[in-house]
Design a protein around this ligand. Sequence first.
Ligand SMILES: NC(=O)c1ccc[n+]([C@@H]2O[C@H](COP(=O)([O-])OP(=O)(O)OC[C@H]3O[C@@H](n4cnc5c(N)ncnc54)[C@H](O)[C@@H]3O)[C@@H](O)[C@H]2O)c1
Length: 358
Amino acid sequence: MKQIGIAIIGCGGITLQNHLPGLALCPESKVVALCDSDAETLQKASRQTGINVTATQYEEIVKRDDVEAVIIATPNFAHAPIALAAIAAGKHVLCEKPLAMSYAEAKQMAGAADQAGLRHMTAFTYRFVPAMRYLSHLVKRGDLGQPYHYRSCRLQDWGTRNLGWRQVKKLAGTGELGDMLSHRIDFAHLLVGPMKRLVANLKQWHPVRGGAPNDLDDWAAILAEFQSGATGVLESSKLASGRNESWRSLDYVEVNGSEGSFVFITGEWNKLQTGKAGGPGLETIMIPEEFWKVPGSPRDPRQGDPLVTFRYDQAFEFIDAIRNQRPCSPNFHDGARAQAVTDAAVKSAEAKQWVEVE
Ligand SMILES: NC(=O)c1ccc[n+]([C@@H]2O[C@H](COP(=O)([O-])OP(=O)(O)OC[C@H]3O[C@@H](n4cnc5c(N)ncnc54)[C@H](O)[C@@H]3O)[C@@H](O)[C@H]2O)c1
């Protein structure tokens, strides 16, 4: 079997924590090249992986014949130019979230990849939590009935520390909105369909973080109306003091519909709370074992910390879609839809008005 050659562009935190261990579980793929604009980071990743084909310029890497697909894990401003260069070179692309700096950019990426007949994927990693996969299955099956409300709350404690590129508008685009709320916007689209209009607010508490200027939001909230008529309330904060910074902090989603309600909490990877309309209240149900991983994934869900290892199914989804020439889920269109909401939220917060989502 010929392995799918992968190049990783951006060898920082998420590549080491997620992309490399995920790919290591996929025998059908092989990481053949690494790229990082920072020579020291590149060297460290090369030493750690034993991969000697390296470059600081992505243009060199995307043209290589042994590279069939690229994973883009750079700061947000570089996603679109790198993806477009990779697509022009005929490579499949898995790109980190938020997909781009604007809806226009995201649409261009999705259009280019479709036109070239390539696989494209947005790394909305939390879709791979077993409980979210099961919840989405129940909603599709009709257990929610007509969706009435979507509610999400992401509360973390990042304090006033320096966030590097994440606190610089020209590198990140938005702060908490694109960084953390983008995943929960995607959950909303997955569970209750596209948003139609919204009003949003963004708040920056700390203009200086860790001694460096911060020109982005620490808190974001959206009040939304969906095309289905359902309503949504989404809140995300880096300043929920005392709640911890990691995945141990709150990541809560609740959907209410004509037939009942479901509550998803990322930390409870194999449980959901559910209640039937008119019933006695919420009860906890266990996620059936067949939902503990993506079908066909080589991952053993009993190995390792399940709150870390569910993420590795993302790499399998990408490789399996390339192998079977089928669309990835979530793809660039999902990334673009979330980006349209992000753009509308920024516009709304600036204008202090309701805004239609493109
Ligand atoms: N899906 C998730 O759950 C998740 C989690 C964390 C981060 N992310 C996303 O992943 C991306 C990277 O985040 P991170 O935390 O790994 O950041 P990071 O700063 O740790 O790593 C980014 C790396 O990209 C390199 N880089 C910058 N510009 C480059 C360029 N033009 N070409 C090549 N390399 C370049 C940097 O030198 C750095 O090593 C961001 O888009 C972020 O939003 C997603």
